[in-house]
Design a protein around this ligand. Sequence first.
Ligand SMILES: Cc1cc2nc3c(=O)[nH]c(=O)nc-3n(C[C@H](O)[C@H](O)[C@H](O)COP(=O)(O)OP(=O)(O)OC[C@H]3O[C@@H](n4cnc5c(N)ncnc54)[C@H](O)[C@@H]3O)c2cc1C
Length: 372
Amino acid sequence: MSITNDQTKMLIQMIKEFTANELAPIDMQIDRAGDYPDGLFQKVVNTGLLGITLPREYGGAAFDYQAAAESLEKMATGNASMAVTLEGHFKTIEQFIKYGNKSLNDEYLPSAAKRIFAFSMTEPSGGSNPKGIATRAIKQGDNWVITGDKIMITNGGLAEVYCVLAKTEDDQMAVFVVDKDMPGFKFGKREDFIGLKGVPVGEVVLNHVVVPDNHLLGRIGQGLEIGDNAHADARVLMGAVLAGIMEHELQTAVNYSKERKAMDTPLYQLQVTQEKIADIAIAKENTTALYQKGADNKVANKPYAEVAAMAKSYGSRSAVASGDKALQILGGYGYSHEYPVEHLIRDARAMELAEGTIEKMNLEITNAEIAK
Ligand SMILES: Cc1cc2nc3c(=O)[nH]c(=O)nc-3n(C[C@H](O)[C@H](O)[C@H](O)COP(=O)(O)OP(=O)(O)OC[C@H]3O[C@@H](n4cnc5c(N)ncnc54)[C@H](O)[C@@H]3O)c2cc1C
C-alpha cells in the first residue's frame, strides 16, 4: 500500500508541531550547551522519527525521499542539529535498502526505527580521498576482521550501527556493518566543532572487530560506489536542511526589520534592507528547487548525484552568505548570542565540508557537465 498525499501532509504537520514544541524553544540552548539535553533524543525515537523512511516490513513508515527531505527542511527551521542527526541516519538506511543482503537487512533494519545508524569513511589521513584510507578488512574463514580509525563521524557516539569503508587484503574497497557492542569497538574523541553543536561528530576506533560474511554491504570492490551513493543521498537531505536554515535566517531578519526603526522608518522600508531580504528569499527558493529536484529524480530512478551536489554546494554557500546579510540587518544584535543568526552561519558552514567539500562537489559537477 503506497503512501497518500494526505499521509505526507500529516507527516509534515507532525514535524512542524514537534519542531515548534520540542526543538525551536531550545535551539539556542542546544547551541550554547554543545549537546542535546537529556531525554530529547528519546523523544525523537518515541515520536517515530527514525523510522520515517524505513520500509514497512521492518516496522517503518515507508515515506519516500521527497517527504523525508521536506521533513528535514521544516525541522531545520527550528533546529538544524537534529535535522542533520536524522540526515546521517536516513542516508545510511538508504544504503542498506539499496545494497544490503537479505540476512543483513533482516538482522539490522528491524531495529532502525529505535537506534541510529551512521556511515564512516573519513580517517585522520583525510576525507577527500577515500582511496587513501588505512582501515583494513582481512578475511578469516567465514568472518572479516576489521581494524582502523574513523573520525568526524556524524552521530559518532550516539549511533549504534556503523557502515565502515575498508580496504581488503588485495586493496579492494568494501563497506562492512559493525555494531557498537562488538568486541574491539570503541568510541574515541568527539570533535569540538564550531556549529551544529547538538550533533555528536566523533571518532570510532576498530581494533580487530570480527564481523560475519553477511555484514558485507554490497560486494567487495563496490565500496566507493556505495560511498558515492551515500554522499548523493546525504546531499539531497543537506540541501533541505540548508533551505530550512535560510528560512530561519529570513524570518529572523524580516521580524527584526519590521520592529526596528532607523530615523522613524522601519528597516524593511529601506532599499538596502530590501536587497538583503530579497537575496535571502531568492537563495532559499533556489536551494529548495535544487533539493526537491534531487529528491524527485531519486524517487523516479533518474540520475540525481549532480543536482544533489548542486543543492549542497549552492545551498551551503548561500546559507552562509544569507546569514551574513541577516546579521547585518540586525546590526550589533546580529553579532550577539542573543539572536540565532550567528549560530545559523556556523551551522550552515559545516555543510561546505561535510558529505564532501565544496571543492569536491564542484569537481563532481564539472565532471558531470564535461561528460554531457
Ligand atoms: C559536521 C561534519 C560531519 C561529518 N560527518 C561525516 C560522516 O558522517 N562520515 C564521514 O565519513 N565523514 C564525515 N565528515 C568528514 C568530512 O566528510 C570531511 O571533513 C571531508 O570529506 C573533507 O575531508 P578532510 O576534512 O579530511 O579535508 P581534506 O580532505 O584534508 O581537505 C582539505 C582541503 O583540501 C581540499 N582538497 C582536498 N583534495 C582536493 C583536490 N583533489 N582538489 C581540490 N581540493 C582538494 C578540500 O576541499 C579541503 O578544502 C564530517 C565533517 C563535518 C564537518
